[in-house]
Design a protein around this ligand. Structure first.
Ligand SMILES: *Cc1c(COP(=O)(O)O)cnc(C)c1O
Length: 289
Protein backbone atom coordinates (compact mmCIF):
# COMPACT_ATOMS: atom_id res chain seq x y z
CA UNK A 1 0.00 0.00 0.00
CA UNK A 2 3.11 2.25 -0.09
CA UNK A 3 1.66 4.76 -2.54
CA UNK A 4 -1.96 4.43 -1.59
CA UNK A 5 -4.33 6.96 -0.08
CA UNK A 6 -6.49 6.55 3.01
CA UNK A 7 -9.06 9.15 4.03
CA UNK A 8 -11.66 8.69 6.75
CA UNK A 9 -15.18 9.94 6.11
CA UNK A 10 -14.54 13.09 8.17
CA UNK A 11 -12.01 14.11 5.51
CA UNK A 12 -8.86 13.32 7.55
CA UNK A 13 -5.90 11.86 5.65
CA UNK A 14 -4.23 8.87 7.32
CA UNK A 15 -1.00 7.00 6.72
CA UNK A 16 -2.15 4.06 4.61
CA UNK A 17 0.70 1.92 5.99
CA UNK A 18 -0.14 2.53 9.65
CA UNK A 19 -2.68 0.45 11.62
CA UNK A 20 -6.12 1.97 11.23
CA UNK A 21 -9.01 -0.33 12.27
CA UNK A 22 -9.75 -1.39 15.83
CA UNK A 23 -9.14 -5.11 16.35
CA UNK A 24 -12.82 -5.60 17.15
CA UNK A 25 -14.16 -3.72 14.15
CA UNK A 26 -17.17 -5.66 12.90
CA UNK A 27 -15.77 -5.46 9.37
CA UNK A 28 -12.80 -7.51 10.56
CA UNK A 29 -14.52 -9.96 12.90
CA UNK A 30 -17.88 -10.47 11.13
CA UNK A 31 -17.62 -8.99 7.66
CA UNK A 32 -20.50 -6.87 8.96
CA UNK A 33 -20.34 -3.95 6.59
CA UNK A 34 -20.58 -2.90 2.98
CA UNK A 35 -18.27 -1.58 0.28
CA UNK A 36 -18.10 -0.09 -3.17
CA UNK A 37 -15.27 -0.19 -5.70
CA UNK A 38 -14.96 2.63 -8.22
CA UNK A 39 -12.63 3.24 -11.13
CA UNK A 40 -10.62 6.46 -11.15
CA UNK A 41 -9.83 7.40 -14.75
CA UNK A 42 -8.58 10.73 -16.06
CA UNK A 43 -8.39 12.09 -12.51
CA UNK A 44 -12.09 11.48 -11.91
CA UNK A 45 -13.93 8.75 -9.98
CA UNK A 46 -16.50 7.21 -12.33
CA UNK A 47 -20.24 6.62 -11.80
CA UNK A 48 -20.13 8.21 -8.34
CA UNK A 49 -23.88 8.82 -8.17
CA UNK A 50 -24.71 5.21 -9.07
CA UNK A 51 -22.23 3.88 -6.49
CA UNK A 52 -23.55 6.16 -3.74
CA UNK A 53 -27.13 5.14 -4.52
CA UNK A 54 -26.14 1.49 -4.18
CA UNK A 55 -24.20 2.23 -0.97
CA UNK A 56 -27.42 3.68 0.44
CA UNK A 57 -29.45 0.63 -0.66
CA UNK A 58 -26.87 -1.77 0.81
CA UNK A 59 -26.85 0.20 4.07
CA UNK A 60 -30.64 0.06 4.27
CA UNK A 61 -30.63 -3.71 3.66
CA UNK A 62 -28.07 -4.11 6.49
CA UNK A 63 -29.83 -1.64 8.81
CA UNK A 64 -26.68 0.46 9.00
CA UNK A 65 -27.00 4.18 9.78
CA UNK A 66 -28.14 5.96 6.64
CA UNK A 67 -24.98 7.20 4.88
CA UNK A 68 -24.64 10.96 4.34
CA UNK A 69 -24.08 10.87 0.59
CA UNK A 70 -22.80 14.47 0.37
CA UNK A 71 -20.15 13.61 2.93
CA UNK A 72 -19.16 10.49 0.97
CA UNK A 73 -19.09 12.50 -2.26
CA UNK A 74 -16.73 15.02 -0.65
CA UNK A 75 -14.35 12.37 0.67
CA UNK A 76 -14.29 10.61 -2.72
CA UNK A 77 -13.20 13.95 -4.20
CA UNK A 78 -10.53 14.49 -1.50
CA UNK A 79 -9.10 10.99 -1.96
CA UNK A 80 -9.13 11.22 -5.77
CA UNK A 81 -7.30 14.55 -5.66
CA UNK A 82 -4.72 13.20 -3.22
CA UNK A 83 -4.06 10.27 -5.56
CA UNK A 84 -3.87 12.49 -8.62
CA UNK A 85 -1.40 14.86 -6.94
CA UNK A 86 0.94 11.92 -6.40
CA UNK A 87 0.40 9.94 -9.57
CA UNK A 88 -0.94 12.39 -12.14
CA UNK A 89 -4.29 12.04 -13.82
CA UNK A 90 -3.36 10.03 -16.91
CA UNK A 91 -3.57 6.55 -15.39
CA UNK A 92 -6.24 4.62 -13.56
CA UNK A 93 -6.76 3.72 -9.91
CA UNK A 94 -9.10 1.69 -7.75
CA UNK A 95 -11.09 3.67 -5.20
CA UNK A 96 -12.85 1.74 -2.45
CA UNK A 97 -15.53 2.89 -0.03
CA UNK A 98 -15.77 0.87 3.20
CA UNK A 99 -18.62 1.27 5.66
CA UNK A 100 -18.91 -1.09 8.65
CA UNK A 101 -21.13 -1.24 11.70
CA UNK A 102 -18.19 -0.11 13.84
CA UNK A 103 -16.78 -1.71 16.98
CA UNK A 104 -18.17 -4.86 18.56
CA UNK A 105 -19.28 -3.22 21.81
CA UNK A 106 -20.79 -0.21 20.15
CA UNK A 107 -19.36 2.83 18.35
CA UNK A 108 -20.06 5.08 15.41
CA UNK A 109 -19.89 3.24 12.08
CA UNK A 110 -16.42 2.87 10.54
CA UNK A 111 -16.23 4.72 7.24
CA UNK A 112 -13.30 5.40 4.96
CA UNK A 113 -12.06 5.61 1.40
CA UNK A 114 -8.86 4.16 -0.06
CA UNK A 115 -7.26 4.71 -3.45
CA UNK A 116 -4.74 2.23 -4.76
CA UNK A 117 -3.26 0.95 -8.00
CA UNK A 118 -5.48 -1.15 -10.25
CA UNK A 119 -4.59 -4.86 -9.85
CA UNK A 120 -2.41 -6.39 -12.58
CA UNK A 121 -5.07 -8.89 -13.61
CA UNK A 122 -7.24 -6.03 -14.93
CA UNK A 123 -5.26 -5.15 -18.04
CA UNK A 124 -4.93 -8.83 -18.97
CA UNK A 125 -8.67 -9.42 -18.51
CA UNK A 126 -9.49 -6.40 -20.68
CA UNK A 127 -7.01 -7.32 -23.41
CA UNK A 128 -7.24 -11.11 -23.52
CA UNK A 129 -10.59 -11.88 -21.89
CA UNK A 130 -11.16 -14.50 -19.20
CA UNK A 131 -11.60 -18.27 -19.10
CA UNK A 132 -14.69 -18.88 -17.00
CA UNK A 133 -15.98 -21.90 -15.11
CA UNK A 134 -19.59 -22.17 -13.95
CA UNK A 135 -19.88 -23.05 -10.25
CA UNK A 136 -22.90 -23.84 -8.08
CA UNK A 137 -24.04 -20.98 -5.84
CA UNK A 138 -26.24 -23.40 -3.93
CA UNK A 139 -29.44 -21.38 -3.82
CA UNK A 140 -32.61 -21.02 -5.84
CA UNK A 141 -33.54 -17.90 -7.79
CA UNK A 142 -36.45 -17.53 -5.32
CA UNK A 143 -34.20 -17.01 -2.31
CA UNK A 144 -33.82 -13.23 -2.61
CA UNK A 145 -37.59 -12.76 -2.32
CA UNK A 146 -38.12 -15.20 0.55
CA UNK A 147 -34.95 -14.63 2.62
CA UNK A 148 -34.05 -10.92 2.84
CA UNK A 149 -31.51 -11.71 5.60
CA UNK A 150 -29.36 -13.31 2.91
CA UNK A 151 -28.65 -9.71 1.75
CA UNK A 152 -28.39 -10.89 -1.84
CA UNK A 153 -28.82 -7.40 -3.30
CA UNK A 154 -26.30 -5.73 -0.96
CA UNK A 155 -22.57 -5.36 -1.63
CA UNK A 156 -21.50 -6.67 1.78
CA UNK A 157 -17.98 -7.28 3.07
CA UNK A 158 -18.71 -11.03 3.44
CA UNK A 159 -16.79 -12.19 0.37
CA UNK A 160 -15.00 -15.26 1.71
CA UNK A 161 -17.00 -17.66 -0.48
CA UNK A 162 -16.57 -15.43 -3.52
CA UNK A 163 -12.80 -15.47 -3.04
CA UNK A 164 -12.85 -19.24 -2.42
CA UNK A 165 -14.71 -19.72 -5.70
CA UNK A 166 -12.02 -17.73 -7.53
CA UNK A 167 -9.26 -19.85 -5.94
CA UNK A 168 -11.15 -23.00 -6.92
CA UNK A 169 -11.44 -21.72 -10.50
CA UNK A 170 -7.76 -20.85 -10.59
CA UNK A 171 -6.77 -24.32 -9.38
CA UNK A 172 -8.79 -25.74 -12.27
CA UNK A 173 -7.06 -23.49 -14.79
CA UNK A 174 -9.72 -20.78 -15.12
CA UNK A 175 -9.54 -17.02 -14.57
CA UNK A 176 -13.02 -16.32 -13.31
CA UNK A 177 -16.38 -17.75 -12.30
CA UNK A 178 -20.05 -17.49 -13.24
CA UNK A 179 -22.27 -18.74 -10.44
CA UNK A 180 -25.39 -20.73 -11.32
CA UNK A 181 -28.48 -21.23 -9.17
CA UNK A 182 -29.80 -24.60 -8.02
CA UNK A 183 -32.09 -24.55 -11.10
CA UNK A 184 -29.10 -23.91 -13.35
CA UNK A 185 -29.85 -20.22 -14.01
CA UNK A 186 -26.92 -17.89 -14.66
CA UNK A 187 -26.41 -15.61 -11.63
CA UNK A 188 -23.28 -13.43 -11.62
CA UNK A 189 -19.53 -13.52 -11.16
CA UNK A 190 -17.91 -13.23 -7.70
CA UNK A 191 -17.17 -9.57 -8.50
CA UNK A 192 -18.82 -8.90 -11.86
CA UNK A 193 -22.13 -9.02 -13.72
CA UNK A 194 -22.88 -11.12 -16.80
CA UNK A 195 -23.95 -9.43 -20.04
CA UNK A 196 -24.66 -11.44 -23.19
CA UNK A 197 -24.73 -9.76 -26.60
CA UNK A 198 -27.08 -11.10 -29.30
CA UNK A 199 -26.74 -8.93 -32.42
CA UNK A 200 -27.90 -5.49 -31.21
CA UNK A 201 -29.53 -6.78 -28.02
CA UNK A 202 -27.87 -6.75 -24.61
CA UNK A 203 -29.18 -9.17 -21.98
CA UNK A 204 -28.33 -9.38 -18.28
CA UNK A 205 -29.95 -11.52 -15.56
CA UNK A 206 -32.63 -9.76 -13.46
CA UNK A 207 -31.52 -8.62 -10.00
CA UNK A 208 -34.62 -10.27 -8.49
CA UNK A 209 -32.98 -13.69 -8.89
CA UNK A 210 -30.54 -12.84 -6.11
CA UNK A 211 -27.69 -10.88 -7.65
CA UNK A 212 -26.23 -7.44 -7.16
CA UNK A 213 -27.39 -4.58 -9.36
CA UNK A 214 -24.30 -3.50 -11.32
CA UNK A 215 -23.63 0.23 -11.54
CA UNK A 216 -21.65 -0.39 -14.72
CA UNK A 217 -24.42 -2.33 -16.44
CA UNK A 218 -26.88 0.40 -15.44
CA UNK A 219 -24.67 3.07 -17.03
CA UNK A 220 -24.07 0.92 -20.12
CA UNK A 221 -27.74 0.10 -20.65
CA UNK A 222 -28.69 3.80 -20.39
CA UNK A 223 -26.27 4.79 -23.14
CA UNK A 224 -27.05 1.68 -25.21
CA UNK A 225 -30.76 2.50 -25.25
CA UNK A 226 -30.05 6.04 -26.45
CA UNK A 227 -27.95 4.59 -29.24
CA UNK A 228 -30.59 2.18 -30.50
CA UNK A 229 -29.53 -1.08 -28.86
CA UNK A 230 -32.24 -3.20 -27.26
CA UNK A 231 -31.56 -3.93 -23.60
CA UNK A 232 -33.33 -6.44 -21.42
CA UNK A 233 -33.14 -8.54 -18.30
CA UNK A 234 -33.86 -12.22 -18.68
CA UNK A 235 -33.12 -15.48 -16.92
CA UNK A 236 -30.26 -17.07 -18.84
CA UNK A 237 -28.87 -20.60 -18.80
CA UNK A 238 -25.29 -21.52 -19.63
CA UNK A 239 -26.49 -22.78 -23.03
CA UNK A 240 -27.91 -19.31 -23.74
CA UNK A 241 -24.44 -17.90 -23.09
CA UNK A 242 -22.89 -20.36 -25.52
CA UNK A 243 -25.40 -19.21 -28.16
CA UNK A 244 -24.56 -15.49 -27.71
CA UNK A 245 -22.38 -13.48 -30.09
CA UNK A 246 -20.27 -12.56 -27.08
CA UNK A 247 -20.48 -12.80 -23.29
CA UNK A 248 -18.88 -10.32 -20.90
CA UNK A 249 -18.09 -10.02 -17.23
CA UNK A 250 -18.80 -6.38 -16.50
CA UNK A 251 -17.65 -4.45 -13.42
CA UNK A 252 -16.50 -1.00 -12.34
CA UNK A 253 -12.75 -1.49 -12.42
CA UNK A 254 -12.16 -4.20 -15.03
CA UNK A 255 -15.05 -2.74 -17.08
CA UNK A 256 -15.56 -5.47 -19.70
CA UNK A 257 -13.76 -8.82 -19.82
CA UNK A 258 -14.84 -11.04 -22.69
CA UNK A 259 -15.55 -14.65 -21.77
CA UNK A 260 -13.23 -16.61 -24.05
CA UNK A 261 -13.98 -20.05 -22.59
CA UNK A 262 -17.05 -21.26 -20.75
CA UNK A 263 -16.07 -24.45 -18.97
CA UNK A 264 -14.39 -26.48 -21.72
CA UNK A 265 -16.22 -24.71 -24.53
CA UNK A 266 -14.27 -22.15 -26.56
CA UNK A 267 -16.47 -19.13 -27.28
CA UNK A 268 -16.21 -17.84 -30.86
CA UNK A 269 -14.42 -14.52 -31.25
CA UNK A 270 -17.03 -11.85 -31.91
CA UNK A 271 -16.25 -9.77 -34.99
CA UNK A 272 -17.45 -6.56 -33.34
CA UNK A 273 -16.33 -7.11 -29.75
CA UNK A 274 -14.82 -3.62 -29.78
CA UNK A 275 -18.31 -2.18 -30.26
CA UNK A 276 -19.22 -3.36 -26.77
CA UNK A 277 -16.03 -2.23 -25.07
CA UNK A 278 -16.39 1.20 -26.74
CA UNK A 279 -19.93 1.41 -25.43
CA UNK A 280 -18.73 0.64 -21.89
CA UNK A 281 -15.93 3.24 -22.10
CA UNK A 282 -18.41 5.91 -23.18
CA UNK A 283 -21.01 4.89 -20.61
CA UNK A 284 -18.64 5.38 -17.67
CA UNK A 285 -17.73 8.82 -19.00
CA UNK A 286 -21.27 10.21 -18.77
CA UNK A 287 -21.08 13.19 -16.43
CA UNK A 288 -24.17 12.85 -14.26
CA UNK A 289 -23.45 9.27 -13.27
C1 LIG B 1 -19.31 -5.32 -7.37
C2 LIG B 1 -19.96 -6.53 -7.91
C3 LIG B 1 -20.52 -6.58 -9.20
C4 LIG B 1 -20.33 -5.49 -10.22
O1 LIG B 1 -20.88 -4.26 -9.86
P1 LIG B 1 -20.35 -2.93 -10.50
O2 LIG B 1 -21.21 -1.89 -9.90
O3 LIG B 1 -20.54 -3.03 -11.98
O4 LIG B 1 -18.91 -2.80 -10.15
C5 LIG B 1 -21.25 -7.71 -9.55
N1 LIG B 1 -21.38 -8.75 -8.73
C6 LIG B 1 -20.81 -8.76 -7.49
C7 LIG B 1 -20.99 -9.95 -6.63
C8 LIG B 1 -20.10 -7.66 -7.06
O5 LIG B 1 -19.54 -7.66 -5.84
Amino acid sequence: MADSILVSLDGTRHDADAPFLHADDLAAVRGDGIFETLLVRGGRARCVRLHLERLARSAAAMELDKPDLDEWRAVIETATQAWTEKHGSSGEALLRLVYSRGREHGSAPTAYVTVDAVPDRVSAARADGVRVVTLARGFSIDLAATAPWQLLGAKTLSYATNMAALRHASAEGFDDVIFVSSEGAVLEGPRATVVAVYSDTLVTPPTEIGILESTTVRAVFDVAEQEGWTTKTDVLRPEDLVAADSVWLVSSVTLAARVTHLNRYVMPVAADAAKFTDLVDRAISVDDN
